[in-house]
Design a protein around this ligand. Structure first.
Ligand SMILES: [Zn+2]
Length: 248
């Protein structure tokens, strides 16, 4: 490929909604200078398209790394004048939909990729891997990106497994609810009281069998909320209790 502009178009194809005006090598950073297109944009209040420029703003956003280096995009966006008489919005700053969302400091495609990393690795490990991939984020940013994921709709299983686990041993506990047939995690509830589980069971009808540990509080919750459900002592706790007795 001889045409450098074509090469830029290939490497930064995700920025094709913008006009790329230049790419500069700044050592550890590759800077892409771009601007929005000259097309008219609808006013966010009245919807009438306008191309009348009032002024310009600069936005700097991080994009996917290239050549093992950070990429920042300096975008010149327009402040446009709404020509409709009486429109409450006299001027507005245009957005770059599909490339970067309002108030964000990363392009959508970088945010998506970082989102995948933190979904697998969460805070500390996600932040460490992001450094190695030349799109470094802090641990708290990693957690913020993780919290932005929309959760899949909650499915109520026919056979439900319930158990407690320690968030901080001897201090804070939580209850995990799984589909006992597939092992898929369904929900995590704060605390491990009968009340916590009973409330969840009442709000999510449809459970027919519940596998639980030998403690009384979950048994009580199931009796209160689902008197018809079959309670099953789960295999792990049965074996664990048996072994404790035999070895004692
Ligand atoms: Zn308007």
């Amino acid at each position: 490929m001889r045409d450098v502009n074509k090469l830029v178009g290939v490497v930064f194809s995700g920025l094709s909604a913008l006009v790329v005006e230049g790419v500069s090598d700044e050592g550890k950073v590759i800077r892409v200078s771009a601007r929005t297109r000259d097309d008219p944009v609808p006013c966010p209040v009245c919807g009438r398209p306008t191309g009348r420029v009032h002024g310009f703003h600069g936005r700097v956003v991080a994009d996917l790394p290239v050549d093992g280096r950070r990429v920042v995009v300096s975008v010149r966006v327009r402040r446009l004048v709404c020509a409709v008489l009486g429109c409450p919005r006299q001027t507005f700053r245009e957005q770059v939909p599909g490339v970067v969302e309002r108030y964000q400091r990363r392009t959508n495609r970088l945010a998506d990729q970082l989102g995948q990393i933190v979904k697998e690795l969460a805070g500390r490990a996600g932040a460490r891997l992001s450094c190695a991939l030349a799109c470094a984020i802090s641990r708290s940013t990693a957690l913020r990106l993780l919290m932005r994921w929309t959760l899949p709709p909650l499915r109520v299983p026919r056979v439900l497994g319930v158990d407690d686990f320690a968030l901080k041993r001897r201090h804070r506990y939580a209850t995990v609810i799984i589909d006992a047939e597939t092992g898929e995690r369904i929900d995590v509830l704060p605390g491990r009281t009968a009340q916590t589980l009973a409330t969840w069971l009442r709000e999510h009808p449809g459970v027919e069998h519940v596998c639980r540990d030998g403690s009384g509080s979950y048994g009580e919750a199931i009796r209160q909320a689902l008197p018809e459900a079959v309670q099953v002592s789960d295999r792990w706790h049965l074996w664990s209790n048996l072994c404790d007795r035999v070895l004692a």
